[in-house]
Design a protein around this ligand. Structure first.
Ligand code: HEM
Length: 413
């Protein structure tokens, strides 16, 4: 620690952070819950639950807004800012943000989820049907990825056969987003979304895309680029974070077989377990903000315009709030985790994510009860700046029968 600013060498993009992130976060929380790092253009790391909550609850303190100019991008959720696209609504501020959330909340609100559940069940059944007779599966590429991707495409009303086109790029953006191949993949997704929006204006479908096209704010439709940015955010939100939640849960359950039966038979236990996996695994590790005003946090003076790194996983492992935070307690209650964020940008997809998570966990545990992960061959994301995911989780299990999923013609898996 040096100078008047508590300064550390925190580098969230480093291999060291990917390997020892929990220890690094524990050290920050203990020694300097608000600290400065000069890496990546300089940013404040906000590591404790109380400071993170206090800062994000007040919508006037921080900005999520991303802007583009001749030098590239400024602000937004990534540090350093990423160019090429903008997440809407996540990289916007009120009052603009308000218009987007007002439109996005209803389709993800609690009453909408029970209507989606039979479809989520059917997609999960069909995805497992495709592998159940084989006895081997990659729990990421063979289960978590297709279920989350196809469910999102179902909600948007986009063709299922494109799920790999979207998923292959989207799963790489969190850890390899600066790779030109991944950037070209994002550009191709945007081009496809733009084409689809134009087509759907002429021949409307029945999904969330069409709902966004029909939406009016003050009598005006959203511009096409905003609709595209919203669809991209929904694809990312729907695919990668829920996939990471499932992958972390499988990793844990592989090693804790005594808890499987209760997860399928005791709905309350499955509910508390879902929250505990969100806390412990923290699919979204951290995201950026920009200070809107000068503020003092934990004795550190933050200047307006400086970047801030909101460390959700660190907050979720804060011993001030969670007893034995490193211990997974699937009955933990209450569980004030910030796995879905905090403040105005808190995740609107949380109910959907929980529904997908439970459907997949129930069916995997019921239909492949002896699944065993090859831990040597499993691979986590090599860098963990934002999403705590796995690239692959190969597993074996005793083959079983297919079930009637309700899909007459199957899925393009
Ligand atoms: C386990 C799964 C998920 C996790 C852990 C998660 C996590 C988060 C977090 C932490 C935020 C807040 C970002 C911030 O601080 O700026 C967020 C925002 C958001 N999430 Fe999720 N999410 C999940 C699933 C989903 C799903 C399934 C959808 C929709 C298909 C979704 C759509 C969104 C959107 C649109 C926002 C932006 C909200 C805003 O800016 O007001 N997420 N999510």
């Amino acid at each position: 620690l040096t100078g008047s600013r508590l300064t550390t060498g925190l580098d969230q993009h480093s291999a060291e952070y990917a390997q020892h992130g929990l220890e690094i976060e524990a050290d920050l929380r203990q020694r300097c819950p608000v600290s400065w790092s000069s890496n990546h253009g300089g940013f404040w790391a906000i590591a404790s639950h109380s400071t993170l909550s206090q800062t994000l609850r007040d919508r006037d303190l921080c900005s999520s807004r991303k802007e583009f100019d001749e030098n590239g991008a400024r602000g937004g959720l990534m540090i350093p800012s990423n160019t090429g696209y903008r997440m809407v609504p996540d990289e916007t501020d009120p009052p603009e943000w308000q218009d987007y959330r007002a439109i996005l909340n209803p389709p993800f609100a609690p009453p909408a989820i029970p209507k989606l559940e039979p479809k989520i069940q059917a997609i999960t059944s069909e995805v497992i049907n495709a592998v159940i007779e084989r006895g081997t599966v990659d729990l990421v590429r063979g289960i978590a990825s297709p279920v989350t991707a196809i469910t999102t495409l179902e909600i948007l009303d986009l063709p299922f056969e494109d799920w790999k086109f979207y998923a292959e790029t989207i799963h790489k953006t969190p850890y390899d987003g600066r790779n030109p191949v991944v950037k070209a993949g994002v550009a191709a997704i945007y081009a496809k979304i733009r084409r689809t929006v134009s087509e759907r204006k002429v021949s409307p479908g029945n999904g969330l895309i069409d709902y966004l096209i029909r939406a009016r704010v003050g009598g005006e439709p959203f511009p096409d680029n905003i609709i595209g940015d919203m669809i991209y955010q929904l694809l990312v939100g729907g695919f990668d974070t829920t996939g990471a939640l499932l992958a972390n849960a499988f990793w844990y359950l592989d090693d804790h077989r005594d808890e499987h039966k209760r997860l399928i038979t005791d709905e309350k236990f499955l509910q508390t377990a879902t929250e505990e996996f969100l806390r412990w695994g923290s699919p979204v590790i951290a995201l950026g903000r920009t200070a809107k005003v000068e503020m003092e946090l934990q004795g550190q003076r933050i200047e307006a315009g400086e970047r801030m790194w909101m460390m959700y996983r660190s907050a979720n492992h804060d011993p001030e709030v969670f007893e034995n935070p490193e211990q997974v307690d699937l009955s933990r209650f209450p569980n004030r985790h910030v796995g879905f964020g905090m403040g105005i940008h808190r995740c609107p997809g949380s109910k959907l994510a929980r529904a997908v998570f439970r459907a997949v966990v129930r069916q995997v545990l019921a239909r492949m009860p002896d699944f065993a992960i090859d831990r040597e061959e499993s691979r986590r994301y090599p860098a963990l700046p934002t999403v705590n995911g796995f690239i692959t989780l190969p597993a074996r299990f005793t083959p079983g029968p297919t079930v009637d999923s309700g899909f007459a013609s199957g899925l393009p898996l």
